[in-house]
Design a protein around this ligand. Sequence first.
Ligand code: ZN
Length: 264
Amino acid sequence: MSYLGFYKIFSTSVVGVMTYVASLSHPVASVGGINDPIYKPGMIYAPILMYHHVAPKIGDNPYYVSPDIFEQQMAWLHDNNYNVISLDKFYNSIYGDELLPSRPVVLTFDDGAKDHYLNAYPAMKKYGFTGTFYIITNDVGGRGFMSWDMLKEMVRDGMDIQSHTVHHPNLAAAGEDENRLELAKSKKVIEEKLGTTVKHLAYPGGAYSDTTIKVLEELGYLTATTVKHSQYHSPDISNYEIPRMHIDSDMESFAGFVTGRRKD
Ligand SMILES: [Zn+2]
């Protein structure tokens, strides 16, 4: 990195410096290996990975990652010294003054499918990883979805259960009352059932409006994640418009998505 590049990080982000300096603690792995992160001056590297189903792939459906590939992806993160962090840690570091560890990665899962409990959770536990599971409260316990008992067990193991609304509507098309119901009720139900605090939302289909953001703020949500692709973050990006990386059932593209070599 040029002196100018380093200066730009230094002048724009203390967290960026800490992340950059932390990367030097892996001197052997930091010489530009294919599995090393690519840092961007002025931005904070901390990819949030987005999964949907972790189950045997159905045709070309991009929303399925097969369980054996998922296990390989967890092993890859472990073997390449990536540090899986919670969404709270992510928020407190990007928007607050906590320091990120080197090679930070967040794992997120949308929709509350039962295969998260059956296939993702055991593989994560094996490596001591935790993640955020965004659930649709009206679907909990339904066919193909996790039950409250499964979610309680996961919470006991450090998994983070957050909101993906009550009914998975298009929040961009919904009026203020519907936005408020979807965001307030899902938060309340999860908090009552699990005894946890809900402060993070994933927008169904990535759709939201200014009204959605206004209601999120009123209700005390700290973050909302989108489906815009980027591995890089900044306090200048709204905490209600946080990008994530869609992950598919492939090891080569996985390495590209995690390291920053691939965007789409
Ligand atoms: Zn969804």
